[in-house]
Design a protein around this ligand. Structure first.
Ligand SMILES: NC(=O)c1ccc[n+]([C@@H]2O[C@H](COP(=O)([O-])OP(=O)(O)OC[C@H]3O[C@@H](n4cnc5c(N)ncnc54)[C@H](OP(=O)(O)O)[C@@H]3O)[C@@H](O)[C@H]2O)c1
Length: 333
């Protein structure tokens, strides 16, 4: 099979962003693609784009700058700050269609947004659903949405509002009984998933073999771990060398917690958003366990490695201890 059965040129929005940085690292590690960072011309990102990545500075108020940046690209990966106006992503999608970019990986990288009702309940469907629909309406590109669940080390390190852990005060809030399992993925695994996906042959090389085109207009489900909060707690006990009795444990009803956070968010207090999001995803309906709901994962097709839970937990604990929140660190020090 000739090399034309593989895509070569990949553009990425958010090359230095939270998850984009890991996608770029993995693309460079695989060394199979020519990577271009699409970045705003006044962005502070320009100085930290890694060597080996081309830069296309764009102006979102000038659609031709987007189309020019995307001409000749085989895939566009969008990892964009959630607070960017939703129209920004739609502009990129229109430009990708105008430039005939065959594959768009839209701004997903989290919960299973194939469940549109769930998407509405977590306030994110309003931007993700129209983005996918627009790709289909324009008919020039196909979308592939990467679903990874919450980022594990990030969410563990975000304090009580996400996975319930507050390591400094040794308290943990379990939602319901703390036994509901959900899929969760590390940043490096998220990066590998995107890079490996775009390294698949476009068409199968053997009958029934894996291919990029088989994922056209579909969700790709990947995961590092399937965990309950209690599983995370066990791992935290191991890596911190603490005992259960060293911790103050609280239990909260996930539905009540979600409804309370939703009320705050609807009254304009968006600091309640993480609480709303995570408590809803931990409902007993198992919406966070997409491995069970969707009949498996794409991990094997993509050749994703098994990871060590405690190593990832160490990073989450370190992040919470040091209040890193959105900042990157490569490993627990
Ligand atoms: N699974 C999870 O736990 C989880 C957690 C958080 C977020 N997410 C999802 O991951 C995706 C990416 O989020 P992220 O945290 O990686 O993004 P991010 O780091 O906050 O931002 C990525 C890039 O967006 C660009 N950007 C920022 N503001 C913009 C604006 N107003 N207009 C245009 N571009 C703008 C910037 O690129 P330039 O400066 O180079 O232009 C920035 O580097 C989102 O879909 C989000 O929902 C998932």
């Amino acid at each position: 099979m000739s090399s034309s059965n593989y895509i070569k040129k990949v553009a990425i929005v958010g090359a230095t962003g939270t998850v984009g940085k890991f996608i770029v690292e993995e693309l460079l590690k695989l060394g199979k693609h020519e990577v271009t960072a699409i970045t705003r011309k006044d962005s502070p990102a320009a100085s930290s784009i890694p060597a080996g990545v081309k830069v296309a500075a764009v102006d979102y108020s000038d659609e031709s700058s987007l189309v020019d940046a995307l001409k000749g690209q085989d895939a566009l990966i969008i990892t964009m700050n959630v607070q960017a106006p939703p129209e920004t992503q739609l502009q990129l999608i229109r430009a990708a269609a105008a430039a005939n970019v065959p594959y768009v990986l839209p701004n997903e990288w989290g919960c299973d947004m194939a469940d549109e009702q769930f998407g509405k309940e977590i306030f994110l469907g309003g931007s993700e659903v129209p983005a996918r629909k627009l790709v289909e309406e324009l008919g020039k590109s196909s979308w592939i949405a990467v679903v990874s669940g919450f980022w594990y080390e990030y969410s563990l390190g975000m304090g009580e509002q996400c996975y319930g852990m507050d390591v400094k005060n040794k308290t943990w809030t379990f939602f319901d009984d703390g036994e509901t399992k959900m899929n969760t993925t590390t940043w490096p695994q998220s990066g590998r998933a995107a890079a490996k996906l775009l390294s698949l042959p476009i068409e199968p090389e053997t009958p029934g073999g894996p291919s990029l085109s088989s994922f056209k207009n579909k969700f790709v489900y990947v995961s590092s771990f399937l965990l309950s909060q209690k599983d995370m707690f066990e791992s935290v006990l191991r890596v911190t060398g603490t005992k259960e009795s060293d911790w103050t444990i609280k239990y909260e009803d996930s539905v009540k917690r979600y409804e309370e956070a939703k009320k705050r968010a609807l009254s304009g207090d968006m600091t309640a958003f993480p609480k709303l999001l995570y408590s809803r995803a931990f409902y007993k309906d198992g919406v966070g366990n997409f491995e069970a709901r969707r009949g498996g994962l794409a991990n094997d097709i993509l050749g994703l490695p098994k990871e060590d839970l405690d190593e990832a937990t160490k990073i989450g604990v370190y992040r919470d201890e040091n209040g890193l929140r959105y900042k990157h660190v490569d490993a627990a020090k």
